[in-house]
Design a protein around this ligand. Structure first.
Ligand code: C5P
Length: 240
């Protein structure tokens, strides 16, 4: 499917260079299988299935660049693999450098392997409608508190105003490049853009876009794939 609209180009950057120690597996998290396919391959297949992405750039540990190429879905959409960096921010910066002609950039964690393609399309549609920065958001169900270094509670923000943020996060490419040029580290790309004073809009997230972080998340992800309830319109992942 051709995702192009005129001259504008949507490039999805997939940071997959983290070691994922919280998952307790003996390989980088993005390479851990879910339902038999590496998380990274599922995440890329979801981006392609959205029909909203012209190109994908995957950032992995330098020593895994070659083997990653063999793991990724076969598709008409170009998928490039480049070395990531020590911190997530460094990996995203490497992806930006590999996408010089992007008009819009999506940053999508490989660990959100079951993200429905419809959510990805929603983020891109909002960018094309004129938003500079778009992030998927879900209401939080737990009460969230801030604590100090001793664990003592310092505050209880109003839950109604809080959202849990997912990926893909979408940006005008020039805005995200400007944010990264500041050299600040962050776990969330939108946070860097907020520091520049830009408006970040939210679209409804999806529970299936959860980040596979802990062994419990992995059990959930495998169960969802086994039940066939997570595939969205993502086709079976075919590798080279
Ligand atoms: O550690 P965390 O779960 O927040 O990582 C989110 C995503 O960022 C993961 O897909 C991980 O592979 C990626 N990452 C990266 N480069 C790093 C650290 C994390 O691409 N140095």
């Amino acid at each position: 499917m051709n995702a192009s609209h005129g001259e504008s180009r949507v490039v999805a950057l997939v940071p997959a260079a983290g070691m994922g120690v919280r998952l307790g597996e003996n390989r980088p998290k993005a390479f851990v299988p879910v339902g038999g396919s590496p998380m990274l391959a599922l995440a890329v297949a979801g981006l392609i299935a959205s029909g909203s992405v012209d190109e994908v750039v995957v950032m992995v540990p330098a020593e895994l660049v070659d083997e990653t190429r063999a793991l990724l879905p076969v598709s008409d959409t170009p998928v490039h693999v480049v070395p990531g960096g020590a911190e997530r921010t460094d990996s995203v910066r490497a992806g930006l450098d590999a996408a010089p002609d992007a008009t819009f950039v999506l940053v999508h964690d490989a660990a959100r392997a079951l993200t429905p393609p419809a959510l990805i399309a929603r983020v891109v549609a909002e960018l094309r409608a004129g938003a500079q920065a778009v992030i998927p958001a879900l209401p939080v169900t737990d009460t969230i508190k801030s604590v100090d270094v001793t664990g003592a509670v310092t505050g209880t923000p109003d839950r109604a105003e809080l959202r849990a943020i997912q990926t893909p996060q979408g940006f005008e490419a020039r805005l995200l490049r400007a944010a990264y040029a500041t050299g600040t580290q962050a776990t969330d790309d939108a946070g860097l853009v907020e520091l520049l004073g830009a408006t970040v809009r939210t679209v409804p997230g999806d529970a299936l876009a959860f980040k596979i972080t802990t062994p419990l998340d992995l059990v959930l992800a495998n169960t969802l794939v086994a039940q066939g309830s997570s595939n969205g319109d993502r086709e079976a992942v075919t590798t080279r």
